[in-house]
Design a protein around this ligand. Structure first.
Ligand code: NAP
Length: 281
């Protein structure tokens, strides 16, 4: 069945594949981005089922205007895909406080802005599906990823909790943890390197940056396949609350789950009996 799907960050990477694949199977697509003319060119120009509109996810006003434009054109939004994001790499101490804030502004407050704009429309129809692209780094901390993981762990907690808020209005949520996919995330403009330089870290920082740069273009995941998988989920009556995307991601998340189980068990002796002893009250 044809759905109205709003995608953020549709001008490059996974967002472009999402918009393309959705159009190819007959959905009506609201493809948004900071530079709408580039989004439209990338998607092959004007089409009946395509609305391209400006949306910088850090702006709630943009999000509200894009939502209104979608309603004016297609009358509803069935699926919101919070896809836009970027990567502030670095060791925590070498990332400036301003860089840390910018990371969270885009990756956490960004999807919150767009979801805040779209939810009233979904609640009014008692129908909708919010999909937010997190990352394996939303469940598993990684070296050189302090800012990115902080933003994506925030996404995880927000999305897991949002589920309970909106379930009574027949709105589903899915949070997605991709592994490494061959998009433009590791190119300049999407990846920002740490601005600070601390002697203690210097011998680790330079080779780690080179390692990340070498990975660009060699990531194992195919974003077009991920886009098709996400559209399959969007078609389901009861989509999953979490979708771990890619064999690398599944392995990492399973390892993290085992680690959490072991940590909880290891906490039992010292942490399992910390309740007030009310018999002495
Ligand atoms: N690729 C991976 O390996 C991987 C793994 C895990 C998770 N993810 C997540 O997947 C999502 C898509 O990333 P990608 O891999 O496709 O990276 P990408 O190729 O760099 O694309 C990122 C997209 O986000 C847009 N964007 C960035 N800041 C924005 C803002 N403030 N407002 C609106 N759009 C903005 C970019 O638009 P501009 O052209 O305007 O910059 C671009 O279209 C992100 O949330 C990312 O964290 C990716």
């Amino acid at each position: 069945m044809s759905k109205v799907i709003l995608v953020t960050g549709a001008g490059r990477g996974l967002g472009t594949d999402l918009a393309r694949e959705a159009l190819a199977v007959g959905h009506q697509v609201v493809a948004t981005g900071r530079r709408p003319e580039e989004v439209e060119t990338t998607l092959g120009g004007p089409q009946d089922n395509l609305l391209v509109t400006r949306l910088d996810v850090t702006s709630l006003e943009d999000a509200q205007a894009a939502t209104q434009a979608a309603i004016d054109r297609f009358g509803r939004i069935d699926v919101l895909i919070n896809n836009a994001g970027n990567f502030y790499a670095g060791y925590f101490e070498e990332i400036t406080p301003a860089q840390m804030r910018r990371q969270i502004e885009t990756n956490l407050f960004g999807p919150m802005n767009v979801t805040r704009a779209v939810l009233p429309v979904m609640r009014a129809r008692r129908a909708g599906h919010v999909i937010t692209i997190s990352s394996t780094a939303g469940l598993v901390g990684m070296e050189f990823c302090a800012a990115y993981a902080a933003s994506k762990f925030g996404v995880e907690g927000w999305m897991e909790s949002l589920r309970y808020d909106v379930e009574p209005y027949n709105i589903c949520t899915t949070v997605v943890e991709p592994g490494f996919f061959r998009t433009e995330l590791l190119v300049d403009g999407s990846t920002t390197w740490p601005e600070l330089s601390i002697d203690d870290y210097a011998a680790r920082t330079a080779p780690t940056i080179e390692g990340w740069k070498r990975m660009n273009g060699r990531q194992s995941g195919d974003p077009a396949k991920l886009a098709r998988a996400l559209l399959t989920l969007a078609d389901q009556d009861k989509p999953p609350q979490r979708f771990v995307a890619g064999a690398d991601a599944i392995e990492a998340v399973q390892a993290k789950a085992q680690e959490l189980l072991a940590q909880a068990e290891a906490s039992r002796e010292l942490g399992g009996d910390l309740a007030y002893d009310d018999t002495h009250a």
